[in-house]
Design a protein around this ligand. Structure first.
Ligand SMILES: [Zn+2]
Ligand SMILES: [Zn+2]
Length: 315
């Protein structure tokens, strides 16, 4: 069983400094200019990494970020977050959340299902705390509510990708064909987490999972930050691994991934932002990505093609 972990949750504390980790001090926000809509001429944009939480949990996450991560530029609740992105031209999104205590997941999954039921542009995810009682049943129920994928977070939920308690999760996802979005990269290493993220997260652990669960569709966010070389190899060698770009091409954090990670297998790569928990303009990452001149085919794959193949968006 898990102890309750820090309420801070996310994910977006995805700060890594030259691979050495340790977000000792909160970072500053950027006052960069934001567009009123997506830039003209871009292919369709599907954001595969948007966070939607119930209001009280969102408030706690934002408070945590202000203290340990960075200022939150967009304090938008779930409905506002969806409206904001769609009004600016985003075509579809994958909505992520995760539970940090036993007993929360059923309510969170119901919240997500109700939120996303009436909008075919949103694919909601189910979550669970690995190792909590009835974990497999909770996930199956979530998927039965119409949620089309699963989201978990090793840092917040305090588990290694190859922990035995993860097998029940991998089994449900494999059997259902539901992609699993798993924050399994070791960054950000932060003293605000109750686990040493370098101890529990490693590309080798993820590789074991890929070998053991060939039918699993595993999506690791943030291009696996900061083990870019290792994830590049895993992406080339394994047909059950996908990566998302979230925050690592926005030129906010101090390192950039190698170009080969973005161009060598775009059919394995999806775009994501971590919106609304951002310290910079909502469209910063997509503009930076487009400016990399990856080529039309690569850009179209990353911005929507791969996402629409991987995720079964509601018809
Ligand atoms: Zn994350
Ligand atoms: Zn995130």
């Amino acid at each position: 069983m898990h102890e309750p972990v820090n309420d801070g949750l996310c994910c977006a504390a995805d700060v890594f400094r030259d691979g050495l980790g340790a977000l000792a001090e909160p970072l500053g926000g950027l006052e960069d200019e934001e567009g009123e809509a997506l830039p003209e001429g871009l292919p369709d944009v599907v954001d595969c990494h948007v966070h939607l939480f119930p209001p009280a949990i969102f408030e706690r996450i934002w408070a945590w970020f202000e203290r340990y991560g960075w200022p939150i530029r967009y304090r938008l609740h779930a409905q506002e977050t969806m409206r904001f992105l769609f009004a600016r031209g985003v075509k579809q999104m994958v909505a992520l959340h995760y539970s940090h205590k036993p007993g929360l997941a059923r309510d969170m999954n119901r919240f997500m299902a109700e939120l996303t039921a009436d909008d075919r542009r949103v694919l909601g995810t189910a979550t669970v705390l690995p190792g909590e009682p009835d974990a497999a049943a909770i996930l199956r129920e979530g998927l039965a509510l119409g949620l089309g994928a699963v989201k978990l977070h090793c840092h917040v939920q305090c588990m290694a990708p190859d922990d035995p308690e993860m097998d029940a999760i991998y089994r449900v996802c494999s059997e259902a064909g539901a992609p699993l979005v798993l924050h399994a990269g070791r960054e950000p290493k932060s003293p605000a987490y109750k686990v040493d993220t370098y101890a529990i997260c490693a590309a080798e652990r993820v590789e074991k999972v890929l070998h053991r669960w060939p039918d699993l569709k595993l999506l690791v966010p943030h291009l696996g930050a900061d083990e870019f070389e290792a994830y590049h190899r895993l992406m080339l060698e394994h047909d059950n691994l996908w990566l998302d770009t979230t925050m690592v091409v926005a030129e906010y954090l101090p390192t950039m991934p190698p170009r080969k990670l973005l161009v060598d297998r775009p059919e394995r790569l999806v775009y994501g932002t971590d919106f609304p928990n951002l310290p910079y303009a909502w469209d910063r990452e997509v503009k930076k990505l487009a400016a990399l001149d990856l080529g039309d085919e690569v850009l179209a794959a990353v911005l929507h093609g791969t996402a629409r193949e991987l995720f079964a968006f509601p018809e």
